[in-house]
Design a protein around this ligand. Structure first.
Ligand code: AGP
Length: 613
């Protein structure tokens, strides 16, 4: 997704904007640019480049951009939605006489209508973007009050936007506005920052305001004012960022993804801290306490998400039904929002989203609320749109996840779902005895994950043997079936090798036709009550010359006679195996991608947060 930074103040503006762009790199982008107002000439100075931010930085050095005397600027990383990837379409966009400059994240749905209207008034567009249309709409209303011009223009706009606009006619002011695309405002000692997320604000200040949909903010060097589109003044709450910058750094890992895979034992500790009291078998989930009565009486849960969050939802379904006896359905957020879903009385909808900004999931939440559901959010970003639009919810407290391929957030989502299932189970037939048994076993999971991580060199070796193939099949049964889906997603999204996950029993209904010596099959074959059936599936693959990599329970010697490679994981109770079986699959994907020389943190075509439909 696009990244936005705006800064006004006495510090080195150009450097702050550039460093802000580097902090936003993880969101995925294909071009970047910066615009500042030169104090000496009072001219707009703009520089844009396709490709990595380091290309932009070297051009800035060549062009002397760092020597410009300025106190205000905007910057942008673009993830193309309208118009191809080229310098002209890169942001910031500016008008023909370089009075105004804008950066934008989101999609203007009715930009074609507005574009035609402006062309009839003589406007000549030089790009294919919706952003340039918004720029000229603002210019159409602009006399000498930028805030008024932006307010007038936005009244005609349908769609999602997070924007920052500056004008050389009012060099000491920047205007921000958000509707559907996040925009955070940072309050420094003697400066102000606007950005798509707190990562670009943290180097300047810890004090932030999360702007709401329909908010517009006018920022000068001295002060700021937040208004609604109806020009009603807003007194917004100032939050303090509660994590340190190094959590954005890679530490001594070569990539964010490897760091985040290895953080997972700690993620579980952070997510359960102050919430799950293992020795007493007690759960304190303050975030959903306000809807406790409803949690007690609800007879139906629907869990929504996209991608990895949808896989977490599928696993959550097993837990809500097993521990809390509550009928639970799972749906893709994008499918749910358009299928005219049936919402029963007292139904709970749970929306899972690491970023808290996924457009499909936000749309599904809004549909669920229109139909009368109470919606709970499970997100990792404080103050995110989903955190604010749901009726109640639980934060992962997993710390920022930078790698586009989700790993520690997935483990955090599973942890929250398990806690919710047990919490609601205890309101029903789940005994304290059974709760203590799960608590006792769950407490050991972080150490068991550490033990699996120690096999990373062996798993890297196996990855080296399968990267020559163009396909892979992932199989699992029961609560490990969604883990097979997650393993396949990890593999395909960073190694670009086609991989698909299937319920193992389904293999004979089609996919077995694919099996031959060029189709490795990764099977989750842990010792549970379906073990014998999964061994039969392995035999079916072997009978067709397929290679089998088995994820097996340690001390299972028998499986060595069936599989080509065995990755052992510690034993645990069946319902908790997903916390362990997913770890080798994350590492397998990671090493396949790195052995192929790909950028695992920023896989091609992908963005960390998909804030467009
Ligand atoms: C997972 O590795 C992918 N990056 C992607 O499927 C992701 O899970 C999906 O886009 C949902 O994102 P969210 O959790 O931020 O809503």
């Amino acid at each position: 997704m696009c990244g936005i930074v705006g800064y006004i103040g006495e510090k080195n503006v150009v450097d702050i904007l550039l460093q802000g762009l580097y902090k936003l790199e993880y969101r995925g982008y294909d071009s970047a640019g910066i615009a500042v107002i030169d104090k000496d000439s009072n001219e707009l100075k703009i520089i844009k480049k396709v490709g990595k931010i380091r290309n932009l930085e070297s051009s800035m050095k060549e062009d002397g951009f760092f020597n410009i005397n300025t106190e205000i600027g905007i910057a942008h990383t673009r993830w193309a939605t309208h118009g191809e990837v080229n310098e002209v379409n890169a942001h910031p966009h500016y008008d023909e006489d370089k009075t105004l400059a804008i950066v934008h994240n989101g999609i203007i749905e009715n930009y074609n209508v507005i574009k035609k209207w402006l062309e009839e008034k003589g406007v000549k567009f030089k790009t294919e973007t919706d952003t340039e249309v918004l720029l000229y709409l603002i210019k159409y209303y602009y006399k000498d009050d930028l805030k008024q011009a932006v307010l007038s223009a936005l009244k005609h706009v349908i769609g999602a936007y997070g924007i920052v606009v500056i004008s050389k006619k009012e060099p000491g002011k920047m205007i921000g506005a958000r509707n559907g695309s996040p925009l955070v405002f940072g309050i420094g000692k003697d400066d102000f920052v606007l950005a798509s997320d707190v990562s670009a604000i943290k180097p300047v200040t810890d004090n932030v305001i999360y702007l709401e949909d329909g908010h517009i903010i006018e920022v000068t060097k001295e002060n700021y004012k937040i208004l609604t589109l109806e020009e009603r003044e807003v007194n917004a709450k100032v939050h303090t960022i509660d994590w340190e910058l190094e959590s954005w750094e890679k530490g001594n890992f070569p990539t964010y993804m490897e760091k985040e895979i290895h953080e997972q034992p700690n993620t579980i500790i952070n997510t359960t801290r102050g919430r799950w009291f293992f020795e007493k078998g007690e759960l304190k989930l303050g975030g959903i306490e306000p809807v406790r009565d409803l949690l007690k009486k609800t007879k139906k849960i629907t869990i929504l998400g996209c991608g990895t969050s949808w896989h977490a939802a599928l696993i959550g379904k097993y837990w809500f039904e097993y521990y809390a006896d509550i009928s639970t359905e799972v749906d893709y957020a994008a499918e749910f929002r358009y299928r005219n879903p049936i919402i029963l009385e007292d139904q709970i909808v749970i929306a899972i989203s690491q970023s808290g900004e996924t457009a499909d999931t936000i749309g599904a939440i809004r549909e669920a609320k229109i139909k009368g559901a109470t919606v709970l959010g499970i997100t990792n970003v404080v103050g995110s749109t989903i955190a604010r639009e749901t009726d109640a919810g639980i934060y992962l407290h997993a710390g920022p996840e930078i790698g586009v391929a989700s790993t520690k957030a997935f483990i955090g989502q599973l942890t929250v779902l398990l806690m919710m299932a047990i919490y609601m189970g205890r309101m029903r037939r789940l005994s304290i005895e059974d709760t203590l048994r799960v608590s006792e076993e769950f407490k050991k999971i972080p150490d068991k994950i550490e033990k699996i991580l120690k096999q990373k060199d062996y798993i890297r070796e196996i990855a080296g043997k399968i990267i020559k193939y163009n396909n892979a099949l992932y199989l699992g049964r029961g609560v490990n079936y969604p883990v097979a889906l997650e393993g396949a997603l990890k593999f395909k999204e960073i190694s670009y090798i086609h991989a698909e996950g299937y319920p193992a029993a389904e293999m004979k209904h089609g996919p077995i036709a694919l099996i031959d010596e060029n189709m490795p099959t990764i099977v989750i074959a842990t010792k549970d009550f379906l073990y014998d059936k999964i061994i039969s599936n392995i035999k079916e693959v072997k009978a067709r010359k397929g290679q089998v990599i088995a994820i097996a329970t340690e001390d299972d010697e028998a499986i060595k006679s069936h599989a080509d490679y065995v990755i052992y994981i510690p034993d645990t109770i069946d319902m908790l195996t997903p916390f362990l079986s997913v770890i080798p699959l994350q590492l397998l994907a990671y090493y396949a991608a790195t052995l192929k020389g790909y950028d695992v943190d920023k896989p091609r075509n992908l963005a960390k947060s998909v804030t467009v439909e």
